[in-house]
Design a protein around this ligand. Sequence first.
Ligand code: GTP
Ligand code: SPV
Ligand code: MN
Length: 634
Amino acid sequence: MNIARVSSQIFLGQPAGAFKLTFRLLPRGLVMENIAPAIAPPSGMGERKSVNKAVLTWVHEVESLTAPENIFWCDGSEEENDYLLGAARRQGVVIQLNQEKAPGCYLHRSNPNDVARVEQFTFICTPAKEEAGPTNNWAGPAETYDKLHGMLKGAMRGRTMFVVPYIMGPPASPLSKIGYEITDSIYVVLSMRIMTRMGALASEKLGQKLDAEFNRGVHSLLELDPERRLICHFPQDNTIISVGSGYGGNVLLSKKCLALRIASYLAKKQGWLAEHMLILGAESPEGEKHYIAAAFPSACGKTNFAMLIPPKHFAGWKITTIGDDIAWMHFGQDGRLYAVNPENGYFGVVPGTSYKSNPNAMRAIERDTLFTNVALTSDGSVWWEGKDGDPPKTATDWKGNPWTSDSKEKAAHPNSRFAVPMRNNPVLDPKVEDPAGVPISAIIFGGRRSNTMPLVFQAFDWNHGVYIGATMASETTAAATGAVGQVRRDPMAMLPFCGYNIGDYFEHWLQAGPRLTNPPLIFNVNWFRKDADGKFLWPGFGDNMRVMKWIIDRCEGRGSAMESPIGFVPRAEDLDLEELEEVSSEMMRDLMAVRSNEWEKELAGQEKFFETLQPYVPKELLAQRKALAARFGR
Ligand code: GTP
Ligand code: SPV
Ligand code: MN
């Protein structure tokens, strides 16, 4: 008999015999190893059923379809988490790290074929293709439900079906949303407890009303076969179905699926904004405080910017974090934009994180952290490229293979991640639970660009700012599968996350301006411009404070700038560059240069991008493009 694709996931790093293999018969007649064997919780554990009949009916439907061995209702308690961690260890799903060095920390290794978001397998399933628009993969809802139900049929046989209730946003906020994720992955449950407000408080908030709104998420690992991997969104039904993956944004359905794709659709309909943005607070030594939101594409610096520690020269400044990835923003009665962070934790890029680059993140991940795909050292700690100090001589790499410091392969996967509760962040902003959110003074767009884009510039006005966001581009990173380092347009850092027609999304942004009597000012930054030798010109990280200071000065109406074809740009003397020896005035010139040969290419790139979106590009943005070209004398 054919043993099909034995997954390596549960073998990795585990002593032989650490768990019992269970086999099961698949509909196709193949015998396969069960990669997520059912757990047998003690009585009283996992029994906290929902009191909402609509939830019960739906859970029962999914149960009938997937045929799990048992159902585990998650309540989010400490005891439950301890039990699930134990079960996950016994199954080899997580490895407990050295508890003296890393209390509460665990390591998970995903299947090597499953290490990043899969944009090619991500679908928006709306009745009309036009609703999904030119940037999304589309499939019709009826046929997609059929297909997915076919894949899910009996998929949880021999497995436990976990039911995970969660809240996105401060529980008392009118913006907050409730979701339920059904999953057969313990790793997903453990992660959801960190990343969301998970458990009984969510089911209590939903209450008993039959028509109470909640997102229905169904996830199954299936067999982790990349050819049977699909992430499907049904915005009209507030439903998500994800199959065949066990990794990150593909399966933590609260995050990109609900808080961005579904939420952006709802936001358009209901008149608010769901954005791929960090939110930070910046308080001057004089006690003047501003909140700033920034949209950078995946792996382009949101988490780092949200937690930055200013250089010594900025003593007295305090930077605090509201969120590191997603902002839900609404229009306040005072004509300002207010933002909440829907999440409860950070799912951050590990490589490059060090006490030098991001000390606050390092302190946060000293405990209670679930690492995915980093290297394991002989003393039971974790290591990754870019961590402080010398690399260990030997380690176990992210795939579970022996690794030495001479190895050519990376010890940690470039998209390895930490999941850590936001409470661990030493600079968590005190207003993070404020139901009203925080008022946003500035919106920053930014991408990873080796050339063309200066360190910082400011939009002339709201509509110009929307144009800057809409034409943003960035070099691709390891956060999604596919080629790395290729410049692609990524409007507002939402290309993979906008759950509806991008033309309507642009229109929504344009209409937001006039609704705000006191709109945030809009800026663009680029921390990643390189010199002729391919070295970053700007030190980045904490020194990004220098750019933020200018942005705040502009918000206060006191920073000076010069007008250029692309917007207002600071002269070197407008930025506070004291005690920044590593950047010469020549480098500063290169960082700030607006070169017409580069912009010629850029303009052509923007035009080409808009052509791919036609006929949906709002007229105002076409007019903005013309005006920009004209300012370059074209
Ligand atoms: P997602 O979680 O994928 O949305 O990523 P993110 O936008 O939060 O990016 P993150 O802050 O995790 O940074 C991604 C990578 O960029 C890491 O390897 C960082 O070390 C690096 N990085 C972040 N900020 C800077 C910077 O200012 N300069 C340079 N050169 N690199 C940076
Ligand atoms: C991103 O890719 O923007 C992330 C990581 O934040 S994931 O949650 O996997 O989408
Ligand atoms: Mn992100």
